[in-house]
Ligand binder design. Structure first.
Ligand code: AMP
Length: 248
């Protein structure tokens, strides 16, 4: 039987997820590699104007540009290993200084408890705070299928899949006409390392946010459209008027 959310539950949701109209949304997006964080970030960026801050994209751009950070990180990334917290926190602080008080979606950060503490310090310095934490949950078999067929456009971070979301022309980005790449860490061996890191090191970060009451679990194994709808619904519930809605 379908259940109808009561006013009380809607009020709780509103308290937990302070995504109020007029306020910038500041979202943390969690999920194992291949869960669809990048895909959901695309519409959060294009439709809601949130700055998409992906530490993976920042590192891949650094590699493409041959910068010292990129050169130092390239081998570890290809092997699926994590980059040291200090390096990541320095990159993230710089980005936050660039974006000022704009709304944002953080994708792939924080990945360790130490990074989560560092994020708290950065946000405090910026007089900012997180409004919502989303966790896209996907089973391991689905993740590996998505990862091995993934192709990306490095400058924008746009992701495609050879079967599930092919570009109009094979290996070419639909928007810019530039070449897509198969990430060197999108192979089975590196995926196992990345997934293990996720379970051992990042899951405790998610548990930490569970205790803040800001965390929402979303079924990320659904189609990207359905995941998007779930997130939009969550935002609408977060926008419920002060006096609550009548049950329908
Ligand atoms: P992603 O694009 O988020 O899957 O990240 C790709 C790779 O970049 C990861 O497997 C790590 O090697 C590195 N990386 C990205 N974000 C972080 C982070 N927050 N902490 C440590 N390493 C990271």
């Amino acid at each position: 039987m379908d259940t109808v959310p009561t006013d009380e539950i809607l009020h709780q949701l509103k308290r937990r997820c302070s995504i109020l109209s007029g306020k910038p949304k500041r979202i943390l997006l969690f999920g194992a590699p291949g869960c669809g964080k990048g895909t959901q970030s695309e519409w959060l960026n294009s439709e809601l104007g949130l700055v998409h801050l992906s530490t993976g994209d920042i590192l891949r751009s650094a590699i493409a540009q041959g910068s010292p950070v990129g050169v130092a990180a390239e081998k570890a990334i290809a092997e699926g290993k994590l980059i040291p917290d200090e390096v990541i926190l320095t990159l993230v602080r710089k980005k936050f200084e660039e974006i000022g008080d704009a709304g944002f979606v953080l994708d792939g950060f924080p990945r360790t408890l130490n990074q989560a503490k560092g994020l708290d310090v950065i946000l405090k310095d910026m007089r900012s705070e997180i409004s919502c934490v989303l966790h896209l949950r996907v089973d391991d078999d689905t993740l590996i299928k998505r990862i091995c067929g993934r192709r990306i456009h490095v400058p924008s971070g746009r992701a495609y899949h050879v079967d599930f979301k092919p570009p109009k022309v094979p290996d070419i980005d639909d928007i810019t006409g530039e070449r897509l790449v198969h990430r060197p860490d999108d192979n089975e061996e590196s995926f196992v390392t990345r997934l293990n890191n996720y379970k051992k090191i990042t899951q405790p970060v998610i548990d930490h946010y569970l205790s803040t009451g800001l965390l929402f679990q979303i079924d990320g194994s659904q189609s990207p459209d359905q995941v998007r709808k779930d997130i939009e619904l969550l935002f609408q519930l977060g926008n419920v008027p002060e006096k609550g809605r009548s049950s329908v």
